[in-house]
Each structure stands twice: as structure tokens, then as C-alpha cells.
Design a protein around this ligand. Structure first.
Ligand code: DCP
Ligand code: MG
Ligand code: MN
Length: 346
């Protein structure tokens, strides 16, 4: 299934799920293999709980759910009896708190966050002071400078305004461009973490959109819509490119994260599907494709992809393309009933 259980409003065990999710997130914040295993195991339990039709009333009922062992069943009973789960406080250790703050810096992952913690940093001020002699990259420096802006979501209306400033500028550079806003905005969410813009161009006149991102960026910097670059595409001539940066509506507005993605015209359906998300929906539709012997990514739906068994990232055989031009076609071949973007949520 591509829906992942009952919606929040109707899930009778929602309070239990939320506590276990909190605990799972704390384990996710920790680097050990053991913690990774726990995240995996809580993830399965939570999924099973979501599809459990009745309110759990007893230890034995909890134990009867697939993936729920003795320890988890005891946690469920604690939540039922007290409304709390003491283990959450216990797992929320100083290293988790500090590394959580550090990972809010754009360009800082778990590895860097724990290195900084090991160097003695505990707060953002410590990082700014380079406590313990830590190294901060120019991108991370931008992430620190605009920490609060980057970590707050924007109202949908602001994403809409910025998109409507950018689209005509792109079309002025090339009126044949296809420019579409993706991600949470396309799914109709009321607030967006960033702005995701997909760009491509039909090829029937023999021209392409190669290099358009750079021309567009020059224009957006000139107009002070884009304010900082976080990462630029590598190759000027590539039809497939990713740009990440910061933008703002006007000089008094917060900075917002923005991503530009370009794809070859023939991949537009697969790219629309991928960049609309959400990520959980993508995972389930990709698993469905895999179960049918296909492989799905932002470029298309492929058959006959052969991977190296000892390193699944390596393709031994790239396979042949089955569909990529429209979302509808990909849904149809996978036997998944059409879902509007706003329905594609966990
Ligand atoms: N995506 C994915 N897996 C990832 C990251 C992204 O499948 N690990 C896809 C699905 C996302 C889309 O790309 O919907 C855009 O990525 P964002 O990180 O911008 O996520 P959203 O736009 O969905 O949410 P937000 O409002 O937080 O930006
Ligand atoms: Mg987004
Ligand atoms: Mn994004």
C-alpha cells in the first residue's frame, strides 16, 4: 500500500505512536549501529500500530501486534497508564541536545555534529567561537548566520509570491521553458520548508535548457532575490542540475531556502513524481516498483536494472527505460491508482 495506515485524526492509538516516534527520533540522533537498529525496529512497530484497528487495552493485546516485544509492550502500558514515557527523558542526553542544534546548521550532518561535540562545543555560541579549534566551512558559515531563518517554515503565500517573481524572469530568458513549483507547495501544504522549482524545456526546435540555471542565477542575484549560494551545479552543459541557495521576497523579509532542479525533457514525468514527494510516498512507490522488478528514480521507470549484490548502489546493468514522460503513465504501469499531489502524504 502507498498510504501507510490510518490518517492521524482517526488513529485510535495516536498518543502511543507519538511517544514512540519521539523515542525513535532520539535514537536517530545517535550514531551507533545499535541506535540505528532501534530506529528501524521502532519504525516497524509504529507502522504496525498505525494499522491496528482498535485501542490497545492490555499488555497481551500489545504483544499480539507484529514486531511488539516484551519491552515495547511495557512502554505501551506505561503510556496508557501514565500518559508519559520516562525513557524519552533518559535518552535525551546532552550529546543529543547539542548535536541536534548543530545539525540545524545548513551543511552540518551527524558526523560533523558529533565531532564538534567531541571537541567541546555545546551551543551555537561555542561553534561561532570555534571552541576546540573546530573548522567551519563557508557554507556552514552561511548556515550559522541565517540559522533562525533557515530553520523556520514559510507560509504558502510567501512561497507563491517568490515563485511568481522568479517564473517570469526565467521565461524572459527562454519563453519555451517549463517552470513548475514542486515539493510541499505542490502537495498543497499550508507551509513550506523551502521552495523547490523544476525547470526543463521541450527539444523539438533542437535547443535545450543547458546552462539556464547559471543565466537565471545571474539575473536573480542582480535583482537581489537570490542572496546566497549554498551549492552550485558542477557542469555548465548538463541537462540535469541541482542548485541550492537562499532567497528573499524583499529586503525586509526572512531568507528562505530555495532549490532549482533541471532535468531532460523526457524525464519530466518521473521528475514531477519524485520532486512532489513526499519522501515517504516516494519510498513506498519505489518499493512497489522494485517488487515488480522495476527500478524508479527521478529520471524514469526502468526494467532490467541489475545491481551489484555487495553494493546495491552500483548498477551492473543500467536497464531500459519503460516510462518517464508523464506521472500518469508511471502510476498506470505500476498499477497504483492515480493520486493527486495533495493525497501523496504519509
Ligand atoms: N525527496 C525525497 N527524498 C529525500 C529528499 C527529497 O524523495 N531524501 C523528494 C520528495 C520531496 C521533494 O524531493 O517532497 C522535495 O524535497 P524537500 O526536502 O524540499 O521536501 P518537501 O518540499 O516535501 O518538504 P519541505 O516543505 O520541508 O521542503
Ligand atoms: Mg521543499
Ligand atoms: Mn527542497
Amino acid at each position: 500500500d502507498t498510504k501507510g495506515g490510518q490518517p492521524k485524526e482517526t488513529c485510535v492509538n495516536q498518543d502511543i505512536i507519538e511517544k514512540l516516534e519521539q523515542l525513535m527520533e532520539l535514537h536517530r540522533a545517535k550514531p551507533s549501529d545499535h541506535d540505528r537498529w532501534r530506529v528501524f525496529s521502532y519504525g516497524k512497530t509504529i507502522h504496525a500500530l498505525r494499522t491496528h484497528p482498535t485501542r490497545i487495552k492490555s499488555f497481551s493485546e500489545a504483544r499480539s501486534i507484529r514486531g511488539v516485544g516484551e519491552k515495547t509492550a511495557m512502554k505501551i502500558m506505561e503510556i496508557l497508564e501514565t500518559g508519559e514515557l520516562r525513557r524519552i527523558d533518559y535518552e535525551n542526553t546532552d550529546d543529543v541536545k547539542a548535536t541536534h542544534i548543530f545539525q540545524g546548521i545548513y551543511g552540518v550532518g551527524q558526523h560533523t555534529a558529533f565531532m564538534w561535540y567531541a571537541s567541546g562545543c555545546r551551543t551555537l555560541e561555542d561553534v561561532k567561537a570555534r571552541k576546540g579549534g573546530i573548522k567551519v566551512s563557508p557554507t556552514q558559515e552561511i548556515g550559522i548566520k541565517f540559522y533562525d531563518d533557515i530553520n523556520s517554515r514559510m507560509p504558502r503565500s510567501e512561497a507563491d509570491e517568490i515563485y511568481n517573481m522568479i517564473k517570469p524572469i526565467a521565461l524572459q530568458l527562454d519563453p519555451k521553458l517549463f517552470v513548475e513549483i514542486m515539493g510541499s507547495f505542490r502537495r498543497g501544504k499550508a507551509d513550506c520548508g523551502d521552495i523547490d522549482i523544476l525547470i526543463t524545456r521541450p527539444t523539438e526546435d533542437g535547443k535545450t535548457h543547458a546552462g539556464i540555471i547559471f543565466r537565471l542565477l545571474r539575473e536573480l542575484h542582480r535583482r537581489k532575490i537570490i542572496t546566497e549560494d549554498l551549492s552550485l551545479p558542477e557542469d555548465l552543459d548538463d541537462l540535469e542540475a541541482i542548485y541550492r541557495g537562499l532567497c528573499r521576497k524583499d529586503a525586509t523579509s526572512k531568507r528562505r531556502r530555495i532549490d532549482f532542479l533541471t532535468v531532460p525533457w523526457k524525464s519530466r514525468g518521473a521528475a514531477l513524481l519524485y520532486y512532489t514527494g513526499d519522501d515517504i510516498f516516494n519510498r513506498s512507490i519505489r518499493l512497489k516498483a522494485n517488487a515488480m522488478g522495476y527500478s524508479l528514480n527521478q529520471r524514469g521507470l526502468f526494467s532490467g536494472v541489475v545491481r551489484n549484490p555487495s553494493d546495491r548502489r552500483q548498477k551492473v546493468h543500467s536497464g531500459s527505460i519503460i516510462a518517464s514522460e508523464t506521472e500518469e503513465e508511471i502510476f498506470r504501469i505500476l498499477g497504483v491508482p492515480w493520486q493527486e499531489p495533495h493525497e501523496r502524504v504519509r
